[in-house]
Design a protein around this ligand. Structure first.
Ligand code: NAP
Length: 251
Protein backbone atom coordinates (compact mmCIF):
# COMPACT_ATOMS: atom_id res chain seq x y z
CA UNK A 1 0.00 0.00 0.00
CA UNK A 2 1.36 3.41 -1.00
CA UNK A 3 2.43 5.46 2.03
CA UNK A 4 4.49 8.14 0.32
CA UNK A 5 4.63 9.90 -3.03
CA UNK A 6 7.67 11.52 -4.60
CA UNK A 7 6.83 14.34 -6.98
CA UNK A 8 8.97 15.30 -9.95
CA UNK A 9 7.27 18.58 -10.69
CA UNK A 10 5.33 20.52 -8.06
CA UNK A 11 3.37 23.05 -10.06
CA UNK A 12 -0.39 23.20 -10.59
CA UNK A 13 -0.98 19.44 -10.86
CA UNK A 14 1.80 18.44 -8.46
CA UNK A 15 0.45 20.93 -5.92
CA UNK A 16 -3.15 19.72 -6.20
CA UNK A 17 -2.12 16.08 -5.92
CA UNK A 18 0.17 16.78 -2.97
CA UNK A 19 -2.74 18.48 -1.17
CA UNK A 20 -4.99 15.47 -1.81
CA UNK A 21 -2.25 13.07 -0.70
CA UNK A 22 -1.58 14.91 2.55
CA UNK A 23 -5.31 15.14 3.24
CA UNK A 24 -5.40 11.34 2.82
CA UNK A 25 -2.60 10.90 5.36
CA UNK A 26 0.25 10.19 2.93
CA UNK A 27 3.75 11.66 3.06
CA UNK A 28 4.91 13.71 0.08
CA UNK A 29 8.36 14.69 -1.13
CA UNK A 30 8.24 17.56 -3.62
CA UNK A 31 10.76 18.60 -6.24
CA UNK A 32 11.02 20.96 -9.18
CA UNK A 33 13.64 22.27 -11.59
CA UNK A 34 14.82 25.19 -9.44
CA UNK A 35 15.68 23.42 -6.20
CA UNK A 36 14.04 22.52 -2.86
CA UNK A 37 14.36 25.99 -1.33
CA UNK A 38 11.91 27.36 -3.91
CA UNK A 39 9.20 25.01 -2.57
CA UNK A 40 9.26 26.38 1.00
CA UNK A 41 5.81 28.00 0.80
CA UNK A 42 4.09 24.86 -0.48
CA UNK A 43 5.86 22.70 2.11
CA UNK A 44 4.81 25.11 4.87
CA UNK A 45 1.20 25.00 3.65
CA UNK A 46 1.20 21.18 3.56
CA UNK A 47 2.75 20.77 7.01
CA UNK A 48 4.66 17.93 8.67
CA UNK A 49 3.82 15.31 6.05
CA UNK A 50 5.65 17.27 3.34
CA UNK A 51 9.25 18.08 2.55
CA UNK A 52 11.16 19.29 -0.48
CA UNK A 53 14.17 17.63 -2.09
CA UNK A 54 16.03 17.27 -5.36
CA UNK A 55 14.31 15.35 -8.15
CA UNK A 56 16.54 12.32 -7.51
CA UNK A 57 15.82 12.38 -3.78
CA UNK A 58 12.08 12.76 -4.34
CA UNK A 59 12.06 9.84 -6.78
CA UNK A 60 14.00 7.66 -4.32
CA UNK A 61 11.84 8.65 -1.34
CA UNK A 62 8.40 7.89 -2.78
CA UNK A 63 6.78 4.46 -2.70
CA UNK A 64 5.23 5.81 -5.89
CA UNK A 65 6.60 8.61 -8.07
CA UNK A 66 4.50 11.20 -9.91
CA UNK A 67 6.04 12.68 -13.06
CA UNK A 68 4.24 15.97 -13.65
CA UNK A 69 6.38 18.32 -15.72
CA UNK A 70 5.84 19.82 -19.19
CA UNK A 71 6.34 17.21 -21.93
CA UNK A 72 9.30 19.25 -23.20
CA UNK A 73 11.24 18.07 -20.11
CA UNK A 74 10.34 14.37 -20.33
CA UNK A 75 13.88 13.32 -21.28
CA UNK A 76 15.42 15.36 -18.43
CA UNK A 77 13.73 13.26 -15.73
CA UNK A 78 16.04 11.07 -13.64
CA UNK A 79 16.11 7.46 -14.84
CA UNK A 80 18.00 5.56 -12.13
CA UNK A 81 16.29 7.06 -9.08
CA UNK A 82 12.73 5.86 -9.95
CA UNK A 83 13.94 2.51 -11.38
CA UNK A 84 11.92 -0.39 -9.98
CA UNK A 85 9.06 1.92 -8.97
CA UNK A 86 5.67 2.77 -10.35
CA UNK A 87 5.64 6.21 -11.99
CA UNK A 88 2.34 8.00 -12.55
CA UNK A 89 2.40 10.02 -15.77
CA UNK A 90 0.13 13.09 -15.67
CA UNK A 91 1.83 14.68 -18.66
CA UNK A 92 0.18 16.00 -21.80
CA UNK A 93 1.70 17.13 -25.08
CA UNK A 94 1.05 20.76 -26.03
CA UNK A 95 3.23 21.67 -29.03
CA UNK A 96 2.66 25.40 -28.39
CA UNK A 97 4.37 24.95 -25.01
CA UNK A 98 6.56 21.88 -25.56
CA UNK A 99 7.76 22.40 -29.13
CA UNK A 100 7.31 19.72 -31.78
CA UNK A 101 8.22 16.15 -30.81
CA UNK A 102 8.51 14.10 -34.02
CA UNK A 103 7.66 10.68 -32.54
CA UNK A 104 4.42 12.11 -31.16
CA UNK A 105 3.45 14.08 -34.26
CA UNK A 106 3.76 10.94 -36.38
CA UNK A 107 1.55 9.03 -33.87
CA UNK A 108 4.34 6.45 -33.74
CA UNK A 109 3.91 6.39 -29.95
CA UNK A 110 1.70 7.97 -27.33
CA UNK A 111 3.25 10.52 -24.99
CA UNK A 112 3.19 7.90 -22.22
CA UNK A 113 5.02 5.35 -24.38
CA UNK A 114 7.66 7.99 -25.06
CA UNK A 115 8.09 8.67 -21.35
CA UNK A 116 8.19 4.91 -20.64
CA UNK A 117 11.01 4.55 -23.20
CA UNK A 118 12.96 7.16 -21.24
CA UNK A 119 12.17 5.72 -17.78
CA UNK A 120 13.41 2.29 -18.76
CA UNK A 121 13.43 0.71 -15.30
CA UNK A 122 10.07 2.08 -14.09
CA UNK A 123 6.51 0.86 -14.57
CA UNK A 124 4.50 3.74 -15.98
CA UNK A 125 0.81 4.30 -15.33
CA UNK A 126 -1.00 7.09 -17.16
CA UNK A 127 -3.69 8.78 -15.10
CA UNK A 128 -4.59 12.01 -13.25
CA UNK A 129 -3.91 13.90 -16.50
CA UNK A 130 -7.41 14.49 -17.89
CA UNK A 131 -8.86 16.81 -15.23
CA UNK A 132 -7.80 20.41 -14.81
CA UNK A 133 -5.80 21.10 -11.65
CA UNK A 134 -8.58 22.98 -9.86
CA UNK A 135 -11.34 20.39 -10.32
CA UNK A 136 -8.79 17.64 -9.62
CA UNK A 137 -8.58 19.06 -6.10
CA UNK A 138 -12.17 20.18 -5.53
CA UNK A 139 -13.99 17.15 -7.04
CA UNK A 140 -12.20 14.49 -4.95
CA UNK A 141 -14.75 12.55 -2.88
CA UNK A 142 -14.67 9.69 -0.37
CA UNK A 143 -15.31 6.15 -1.64
CA UNK A 144 -19.01 5.54 -2.20
CA UNK A 145 -20.00 9.22 -2.47
CA UNK A 146 -22.78 9.53 -5.08
CA UNK A 147 -21.00 12.39 -6.85
CA UNK A 148 -17.59 10.75 -7.00
CA UNK A 149 -15.82 10.92 -10.38
CA UNK A 150 -13.80 8.29 -12.21
CA UNK A 151 -10.54 8.68 -14.09
CA UNK A 152 -9.09 6.60 -16.94
CA UNK A 153 -5.99 4.55 -16.09
CA UNK A 154 -3.63 3.06 -18.70
CA UNK A 155 -0.49 0.99 -18.29
CA UNK A 156 1.39 -2.07 -19.48
CA UNK A 157 1.87 -3.67 -16.06
CA UNK A 158 -1.38 -5.00 -14.49
CA UNK A 159 0.04 -5.05 -10.94
CA UNK A 160 1.20 -1.44 -11.26
CA UNK A 161 -2.22 -0.41 -12.52
CA UNK A 162 -3.92 -2.22 -9.63
CA UNK A 163 -1.72 -0.38 -7.12
CA UNK A 164 -2.55 2.98 -8.70
CA UNK A 165 -6.27 2.18 -8.76
CA UNK A 166 -5.98 1.68 -4.97
CA UNK A 167 -4.10 4.97 -4.66
CA UNK A 168 -6.76 6.83 -6.68
CA UNK A 169 -9.39 5.42 -4.34
CA UNK A 170 -7.47 6.87 -1.37
CA UNK A 171 -7.07 10.23 -3.13
CA UNK A 172 -10.78 10.49 -3.93
CA UNK A 173 -11.43 8.91 -7.34
CA UNK A 174 -12.79 5.78 -8.97
CA UNK A 175 -10.82 4.33 -11.87
CA UNK A 176 -11.52 2.86 -15.30
CA UNK A 177 -8.85 0.61 -16.83
CA UNK A 178 -8.68 1.65 -20.50
CA UNK A 179 -5.78 -0.61 -21.52
CA UNK A 180 -2.09 -0.20 -22.26
CA UNK A 181 0.13 2.83 -22.73
CA UNK A 182 -0.39 2.37 -26.48
CA UNK A 183 -4.14 2.71 -25.85
CA UNK A 184 -3.71 5.92 -23.88
CA UNK A 185 -4.25 8.10 -26.98
CA UNK A 186 -7.94 7.55 -26.16
CA UNK A 187 -7.62 9.96 -23.24
CA UNK A 188 -5.01 12.39 -24.57
CA UNK A 189 -5.76 16.11 -25.17
CA UNK A 190 -8.59 16.70 -27.62
CA UNK A 191 -10.41 13.42 -26.91
CA UNK A 192 -13.95 13.36 -25.45
CA UNK A 193 -12.85 12.38 -21.91
CA UNK A 194 -10.30 15.20 -21.69
CA UNK A 195 -11.00 17.97 -19.12
CA UNK A 196 -14.36 19.30 -20.35
CA UNK A 197 -16.73 16.59 -19.00
CA UNK A 198 -15.50 17.27 -15.45
CA UNK A 199 -16.17 21.00 -15.81
CA UNK A 200 -19.75 21.05 -17.06
CA UNK A 201 -21.16 23.51 -19.56
CA UNK A 202 -19.47 26.87 -19.92
CA UNK A 203 -21.81 29.83 -20.47
CA UNK A 204 -21.92 30.81 -24.14
CA UNK A 205 -20.80 34.15 -25.59
CA UNK A 206 -18.49 35.09 -22.73
CA UNK A 207 -15.25 37.06 -22.99
CA UNK A 208 -11.81 35.63 -22.28
CA UNK A 209 -11.77 37.35 -18.88
CA UNK A 210 -15.20 35.90 -18.05
CA UNK A 211 -14.00 32.47 -19.17
CA UNK A 212 -10.99 32.73 -16.87
CA UNK A 213 -13.23 33.70 -13.94
CA UNK A 214 -15.65 30.88 -14.74
CA UNK A 215 -12.72 28.46 -14.84
CA UNK A 216 -11.59 29.58 -11.39
CA UNK A 217 -15.03 29.24 -9.85
CA UNK A 218 -16.88 26.45 -11.68
CA UNK A 219 -17.87 23.67 -9.28
CA UNK A 220 -17.49 21.05 -11.99
CA UNK A 221 -19.53 17.90 -12.45
CA UNK A 222 -19.14 14.26 -11.46
CA UNK A 223 -18.16 11.89 -14.27
CA UNK A 224 -19.06 8.28 -13.49
CA UNK A 225 -17.08 5.21 -14.49
CA UNK A 226 -19.79 4.30 -17.03
CA UNK A 227 -19.51 7.78 -18.56
CA UNK A 228 -15.70 7.53 -18.73
CA UNK A 229 -16.08 4.23 -20.59
CA UNK A 230 -18.54 5.81 -23.06
CA UNK A 231 -16.31 8.82 -23.67
CA UNK A 232 -13.16 6.74 -24.11
CA UNK A 233 -15.02 4.52 -26.62
CA UNK A 234 -16.00 7.63 -28.61
CA UNK A 235 -12.36 8.70 -29.12
CA UNK A 236 -11.18 8.91 -32.73
CA UNK A 237 -7.48 9.02 -33.49
CA UNK A 238 -6.79 12.31 -35.19
CA UNK A 239 -4.39 15.17 -34.75
CA UNK A 240 -1.86 14.73 -31.96
CA UNK A 241 -1.32 17.18 -29.10
CA UNK A 242 -3.45 19.70 -27.31
CA UNK A 243 -4.23 23.28 -28.29
CA UNK A 244 -4.42 26.14 -25.79
CA UNK A 245 -7.36 27.59 -27.71
CA UNK A 246 -9.38 24.46 -26.86
CA UNK A 247 -8.85 24.88 -23.11
CA UNK A 248 -11.74 26.06 -20.94
CA UNK A 249 -10.12 29.26 -19.70
CA UNK A 250 -9.15 30.44 -23.17
CA UNK A 251 -12.51 32.00 -23.99
N1 NAP B 1 -2.48 22.40 -15.21
C1 NAP B 1 -3.43 21.48 -15.47
O1 NAP B 1 -4.62 21.73 -15.21
C2 NAP B 1 -3.04 20.13 -16.04
C3 NAP B 1 -4.05 19.16 -16.10
C4 NAP B 1 -3.72 17.88 -16.52
C5 NAP B 1 -2.42 17.58 -16.90
N2 NAP B 1 -1.47 18.54 -16.88
C6 NAP B 1 -0.10 18.16 -17.35
O2 NAP B 1 0.68 17.87 -16.18
C7 NAP B 1 2.02 18.34 -16.37
C8 NAP B 1 2.32 19.39 -15.31
O3 NAP B 1 1.42 20.47 -15.51
P1 NAP B 1 1.32 21.69 -14.51
O4 NAP B 1 0.17 22.49 -14.97
O5 NAP B 1 1.39 21.24 -13.10
O6 NAP B 1 2.66 22.48 -14.89
P2 NAP B 1 3.34 23.67 -14.08
O7 NAP B 1 2.38 24.30 -13.14
O8 NAP B 1 4.03 24.50 -15.10
O9 NAP B 1 4.45 22.92 -13.20
C9 NAP B 1 5.48 22.22 -13.81
C10 NAP B 1 6.42 21.70 -12.75
O10 NAP B 1 7.43 20.93 -13.38
C11 NAP B 1 8.69 21.37 -12.89
N3 NAP B 1 9.72 21.07 -13.87
C12 NAP B 1 9.86 21.56 -15.13
N4 NAP B 1 10.94 21.02 -15.72
C13 NAP B 1 11.49 20.19 -14.81
C14 NAP B 1 12.64 19.35 -14.80
N5 NAP B 1 13.43 19.26 -15.87
N6 NAP B 1 12.91 18.65 -13.68
C15 NAP B 1 12.12 18.75 -12.58
N7 NAP B 1 11.01 19.51 -12.53
C16 NAP B 1 10.72 20.23 -13.62
C17 NAP B 1 8.51 22.84 -12.63
O11 NAP B 1 9.52 23.30 -11.80
P3 NAP B 1 9.99 24.85 -11.87
O12 NAP B 1 8.79 25.66 -11.55
O13 NAP B 1 11.07 24.93 -10.83
O14 NAP B 1 10.50 25.05 -13.27
C18 NAP B 1 7.12 22.81 -11.96
O15 NAP B 1 7.24 22.43 -10.61
C19 NAP B 1 2.09 18.89 -17.79
O16 NAP B 1 2.57 17.90 -18.66
C20 NAP B 1 0.63 19.24 -18.10
O17 NAP B 1 0.36 19.22 -19.48
C21 NAP B 1 -1.74 19.82 -16.44
Amino acid sequence: MTQSIGFIGSGMIGGSLARLAVAAGLDVVLSNSRGPETLADLVAELGDQARAATTEEAAKAGDVVVATVPMSAYDKLPVDAPAGKIVIDTMNYYPERDGRIAELDSAEVTSSELLQRHLTGSRLVKTLHNMDHRRLFTRARPAGAPDRSALPVAGDDPAAKAEIVRLLDVLGYDAVDIGTLADSWRCEPGTPVYVWPYLGDRPEGITKEEAQRWFQEAPGEPVSADRVNELVDQAVRGSVGGSFAALPFWG
